[in-house]
Design a protein around this ligand. Sequence first.
Ligand code: PEP
Ligand code: MG
Length: 755
Amino acid sequence: MVTAIGGPRVLLRQLRETMAEPLASQDRLDKIVNLIADNMRADVCSFYVLRDDGALELFATRGLKPEAVHMTTLQLGEGLVGLIAAEAEPLSLDNAPAHPAFLYKPETGEDAYLSFLGVPVLRAGQTLGVLVVQNSDRRHYGEEETEAMLTTATILAEMIATSDFDTLIKPGQDIDLRRPRMFDGLPLADGIALGKVVLHDPRVVVTNFIAEDTEAELARLEAALERMRMSINDMLDHGDMVAATDHREILETYRMFANDRGWVARLSEAIQNGLSAEAAVERVQNDTRARMLRQTDPYIRDRLHDLDDLANRLLRVLTGDGSALAKKDLPENSILVARNMGPAELLEYDRTRIRGIVLEEGASTAHVVIVARSLGLVMVGQADSIVSVSETGDDIIVDGITGKVHLRPTLDIEQSYVEKVRLTEKRQAHYATLKSKPSVTRDGIEITLLHNSGLVADMPMLEETGAAGVGLFRTELQFMIASRLPRLAEQVALYREAIRLCGDRPIVFRLLDIGGDKVVPYLRSQAEENPAMGWRSLRIGLERPGLLRTQIRALLTAADGRPMKILVPMVTEVIEFKKTRLVVDKEMDRLRRTGHPVPARLELGAMVEVPSLLFELDALMPEVDFVSIGSNDLVMFLTAADRGNARVSKHYDPIGRPRLRALRTVVEAATLHGKSLTMCGELAGKPLEALALMAIGMTKLSMGPSSIGPVKEMILGLELAPIRAAVAEALAEGAGGVPIRALLKDWVDRQKLSV
Ligand code: PEP
Ligand code: MG
C-alpha cells in the first residue's frame, strides 16, 4: 500500500491555497498535479479532460513527457484512461501494462510505470475527465488512496466548472460539462417551446468545499442527518401524503437510505478526507448519479434516483436552503424539469410564465399531463436522467410533437426549431381557418367537437377553435389550486364565469373528482395502497354529503335559470347515480322554496369509467339524461395498467380489440335508449384514436383545445362509412386478428389524411 504524505486533508488544504493563488490556469494545473504526486508519493500524476468531441486530452502531468501535454488524446473507451471515463468508475492496477485495455502511447513514455490508479472526475454524474497516479514499481493502491483521489477529483471538477479553465481549451473543443444533449422522450402535450430550464426540485449549489475543522463537519453531518430522518418520520407518521401511496413508498425508501450505514459511512469518510459536509454529500451524490446514468435496470435506477433525491434533501438541510424555488417568481418562458410532478404541484406555479414541462417519468393520461394540456403547455415525458444533467437557467427546447428535448441546443438546432415554430404557427393559422367550417365528414356524418376544460383561463380558446362547447369541465382543478376548501360563493363565482365565457354553447360540469393523484392537501385522508382505486371522486361525495350538496347547490345557483348539465364521475353501480340524483332533486326543491330561479332544464349524466358499470348499462341508461365515457380510467381499469405509468400502459393499445369492444357496448346501449353519448377521455384528442371512436359510432368527442384543429382536419377529409364497416367486421366474433390500429392507418393513408 502507498502511504500518502500528510494524507488527503493536507492535500486539500494545499489545493485550496493553490486555487486562491493568482496563477494562470496551466500553471495552476501543473502545480496541482505536482502536489497530488508528492502527496500520494507517486512518480506520475496526470490529468485528462474529456472534450466535447469525445476525446480525452492530457491537460497536465508530472512524470510523463511534458511534450505530450495537450498533444496526447485518447478516445472514450480507449486505453485505461478511456475505460475509466466511459465507465465512470475508479480503476486500480498493480501491473497496468498487463491489462487488456492498456494502450501504449509512445509520446508519453508511460510503459515504464507498473502500478496505476485512475479515478473519474465527475460533476452531476457527468464525466469531465480522469485523474491518474502511477508508480514505476509494483504497488497496490488501496481503498483509502482511491477515496483520497476521488475527493481530490471532486475539487478538480469544481475548478473546471467554475474557474477560468476555458482559457486552456482550444477553440471548437469545449469540455463535456455543458455540452448539448438530446433526449428522446414521449410526446405528451403538443407544440414546441423554447425557453429556460427551471428545476422543479433545484439542486443546491455547494460553494464551501474544503473543511476547516473535520470534527465540526462530522457533527454538522450527523445533526443534518438526524433532522432529515426526523422530518421523514414525521411525514410518514402524520399522513401528510394524503393517501398518496407513491409518495409513501418514496418516503419509506428515503427512510431506509437515511439509516443506511454504508451511505452514511461513505459520507463520513469523505469528510475525514477533508471535504466539508456539503461537499461530501455532493461527492457521494456524484457516484450515485454516474451509476444512475449507466444503470439499465429500471428498478435499480429508480432506487438510485431516490438516493439522489435524498442527497438533495440533505444538502438543503446542511445549507439551510429551504427550497429556494420561488414558484411565483419565474423567468419568462420557463420550462419545468422534474423527475415527476403531481397536478397540484404544477398548479402552484405562476402559469403565465411556464411554456413547457419535461419529466423523467409521465404517461399520456396522467392528470398532470391533462392539466398541462388544459393550460396549453408543451410537455414531454420519459426524458431519461434529464434532471441530473440540467441546471436552472439552461437553454432548452421541448418538442411536444416528436418527444425530442434539446438541452443546451447548438445554434443550428435552435435555428431549425425557430423555423419549426414558424411552421407550427402556420399550421395553427390553417386550423384557425377551419374553425367556422361545419364539422362533417365527406360522407355527411356530423361530429360534434367539444373542449375539455377546468380552468376559466382556457375558456377563451373556444373562440379560436370554434368548438361547439365544453364537454367536460373538471371542477376539481379549482379545489387543487386552492389552499383551503373553496366556499359556496367562490364555487358559484367560478361556475358563473365559466358559463359566461361559454356564451350560447353548452357546458358540462363534472362533479368533484378528487383523490387518486388529484391531491387536495386540505382534505386529508388515510394513506391507501391503491389510491386510484381508493376513496376518490363520487365515493368521497357520497360519504361527505356536505361537500357534494354544496357543489350541487353552487352549480344550480350559478345557472341563474339557464339550462344546466351535470356529470357524475366514477359511477361504479347504478345505485350511486340514483343517490346523487336524490341530492340534486333536494337542492332543486330547496332552490324553488327559497324563490331562486331553477335551471330551465337540468340534465344529469353519468361517466362510464369503471368497468363494473359496463355490465349494468341496461339499468343505467333509463336513469341518465346522458353518458360520457372516461377512457383514461376505463382503459386503466380494463387493462389493470396504471394510466400514469408508461412502462406498463404502453403495452396495451387503448383502441385494441378488447377495449374497443367494451366501448362499443356503451355506444350500443346509448343508441338503444336514445341517450346522448360523449367521449371525454384523452382518446378523443388523437386523430387516429378519434377515428376509431367514430368508426364504432361515436359522434361527440371532447378533448383538449389544441386537439380540435388536427381532429377536425381529419374529419373534413374523411369518408367514414367504409371504415365503420371494416372496423365492425374486425370486431365481430370470430374475426381474424387484424389489429384495429393497422386497419385505421391503412384507411387514413388511402384517404391521404394527416393524423
Ligand atoms: C377519464 O378518466 O377518462 C376522464 C375523463 O377523467 P379524468 O381524466 O379526469 O380522470
Ligand atoms: Mg376519470
